[in-house]
Design a protein around this ligand. Structure first.
Ligand code: NAD
Length: 326
């Protein structure tokens, strides 16, 4: 298939683009490089530097490459930033994405996989969280993802765009060549590894007074390669599926303390852990029910064992101590 991958220079998009290429799809990598890295672009994909809000450019690219499907990763994705600058998030994640959807409708490109997020659920009322759990985002980031999920239902009805919204929990881990390099980095594992390999080894945990077994938050980590597989499975089944929403999580949670301990064991470095305050809007437990994805798409996460995730990220970070800058 000829597939447009937006956000292909970012963390999840680059891994997915590389997997698509490996599986012999023709990939056009579309990214404005606002947060992505040229070095993360897969060699055998055609790169176009552009913004998803630029409808004319997108139309030209889609026509030229006879695009049949879109995987849409491009977004502003720093949750904390979304509370300070909601306008940026509404503009990029809603308005620019609607512009992209307009191009799809006009050119009759009727297959879309959308990167949604567990942030649509907000504070969970029950765990594990199934797709039918009420949605109630507690930050603008989650709101913008939900707005697009909802729009997709109408675009399906009116323009026959089949879509799967994949609500990732915590993407983590690396492939041999591609890893996580956000600026600033807010995700747990790269921050822990940076601390482990840094001069001080100091690391702050945000709160240990949660109602969890060891008092720290519990999260569900999925290897980025397993996320890529979920995209590819969804794409293959899309004409049968029509319109779907799936959680992409392992269904198993690890406390922050447990992840710290595993990082210490794997790196052989002792961390100087300080206990900080809770961050506003951090739920105690975020664990997915991933039964629907396994049942309907036969998704089998093969890489998402926590130690494997940490080892893969660790190898990548040792090869790229300064991220993609090195
Ligand atoms: N990483 C996670 O744990 C996680 C969890 C849930 C959901 N998601 C979602 O998955 C997607 C990918 O996340 P990521 O961690 O790879 O993010 P990322 O920031 O690494 O990648 C996003 C990419 O999109 C590009 N981009 C942003 N706005 C653009 C625009 N207007 N036009 C063109 N390109 C643009 C950036 O340059 C970057 O390369 C995002 O939609 C994010 O919201 C990620």
């Amino acid at each position: 298939m000829n597939i447009l991958v937006t956000g292909a220079a970012g963390y999840v998009g680059s891994v997915c683009a590389a997997e698509l290429v490996r599986q012999r799809h023709c990939v056009v990598a579309y990214d404005n490089l606002s947060a992505g890295h040229r070095q993360a672009l897969v060699d055998r994909a055609e790169f176009v530097r552009g913004d998803i809000a630029d409808a004319e450019k997108l139309k030209r690219v889609c026509k030229k490459h006879q695009i049949q499907a879109v995987m849409h990763f491009a977004a502003s994705a720093l949750v904390e930033e979304s509370t300070r600058n909601p306008h940026l998030f509404y503009r990029n994640n809603v308005s620019a994405t609607l512009s992209l959807l307009g191009v799809l409708a006009e050119l009759k490109i009727r297959k879309l996989i959308f990167s949604s997020s567990a942030a649509v659920y907000g504070e969970p009322k029950s765990v594990p969280i199934g797709e039918d759990h009420p949605v109630c985002p507690v930050n603008p980031y989650g709101e913008t993802k939900l707005a697009i999920e909802r729009a997709l239902a109408w675009y399906h009805a009116a323009y026959q765009i089949d879509s799967a919204s994949l609500r990732y929990f915590n993407a983590a881990g690396a492939t041999r060549d591609l890893g996580e390099d956000h600026r600033p980095e807010t995700h747990l594992l790269p921050r822990l590894l940076a601390a482990a390999f840094g001069p001080t080894g100091s690391f702050e945990i945000y709160g240990d007074d949660y109602p969890t077994p060891d008092g720290t938050c519990v999260r569900d980590f999925v290897h980025v390669l397993d996320i890529a597989q979920a995209h590819i499975l969804a794409l293959h089944c899309l004409s049968k599926l029509g319109l779907r929403i799936y959680n992409v999580g392992l269904g198993k949670g690890y406390s922050i303390r447990a992840v710290v301990k595993a990082v210490e064991e794997i790196t052989g470095r002792k961390l100087d852990v300080r206990m900080g305050r809770r961050r506003p809007g951090d739920p105690a437990v975020l664990v997915a029910s991933a039964r629907k994805l396994r049942r309907e798409l036969r998704w089998e996460p093969r890489q998402s064992d926590l130690r494997n995730i940490i080892r893969s990220a660790c190898v990548w970070m040792q090869k790229h101590p300064k991220g993609y800058r090195a």
